[in-house]
Design a protein around this ligand. Structure first.
Ligand code: PGA
Length: 256
């Protein structure tokens, strides 16, 4: 039986639409220079597309990994403005799919997220699949149902082994960029539900293996109590990740 502690925590920085190549590389260098528990925690930086190559070069000889914030599922062709998974070869080893900003502002559906997740996996990268409920949905008691439908739809085309290789980021929409994080109890409960859903659809071994992060207003002030909870395998960090020292504090809090 896999113990919960067998999962390696992962802390990812989502810089969103901030930084260009030069200041992004600078921020990446200062993250890599922090005293971080690299032996115990996977550390990932997700710059905007124009910064991916510069950030990858800046962290090349360090344990810091690079992720893309967004990809399209086709490999190449007439898709103006899009970036494919093969175009990230040698630069990134992770890619986010289904971030709530992509879902809300750019109309991404669960089916889109499923296609992206499959493309990310088939390109040999690790998907970070974001799911989460809105405030209205939480207030209406619909959180479990929303998570069930998002997780089922995204993962129904994946095998148990593919599912186990993914990272899920539980990000309640009401907690993103609002300064109002989920309580450790709320995050742990929702992540427990996500693992139960994966167990029901893909079996208990996949549910034991898949890493599930929490995201939404994670900060140096609240990271200890969130990340010390069993079942919360790290964090996806927006605002606080633009400050190397703050991000480093969160990475340290994720170490077992
Ligand atoms: P936040 O963003 O930490 O600024 O709330 C988290 C995210 O959107 O991944």
């Amino acid at each position: 039986m896999t113990s919960p502690h067998a999962r390696r925590p992962i802390v990812a920085a989502n810089w969103k639409m901030n930084t260009g190549p030069d200041d992004g590389a600078e921020l990446a260098r200062s993250v890599a220079a922090q005293d971080l528990p690299f032996a115990q925690v996977d550390v990932v930086l997700c710059p905007p597309a124009t910064g991916v190559a510069a950030v990858a070069a800046a962290v090349r000889s360090t344990p810091v990994a690079v992720g893309a914030q967004h990809v399209f599922w086709e490999a190449s062709g007439a898709y103006t403005g899009e970036i494919s998974v093969p175009m990230l070869a040698g630069l990134a080893t992770y890619a986010i799919a289904g971030h709530s900003e992509r879902r809300q502002l750019f109309g991404e559906t669960d089916l889109d997220v499923q296609r992206k997740t499959l493309a990310i996996l088939s390109g040999g990268l690790t998907p970070i699949v974001a799911v989460g409920e809105s405030l209205d949905q939480r207030d209406a008691g619909e959180t479990l149902g929303v998570l069930r439908s998002q997780v089922r739809r995204v993962f129904e085309a994946l095998t148990p082994a593919e599912t186990a290789a993914c990272v899920i980021a539980y990000e309640p929409v009401w907690a993103i960029g609002t300064g109002r994080n989920a309580t450790p109890e709320q995050a742990q409960e929702a992540i427990g539900w996500i693992r139960d859903i994966v167990a029901a659809t893909h079996g208990q071994p996949a549910a034991n293996q898949i890493r599930v992060q929490y995201g939404g207003s994670v900060s140096p002030e609240n990271c200890e109590e969130l990340l010390s909870r069993e079942g919360i395998d790290g964090a996806l960090v927006g605002g606080a990740s633009l400050d190397a020292a703050k991000f480093a504090a969160i990475v340290r809090a994720a170490a077992p």
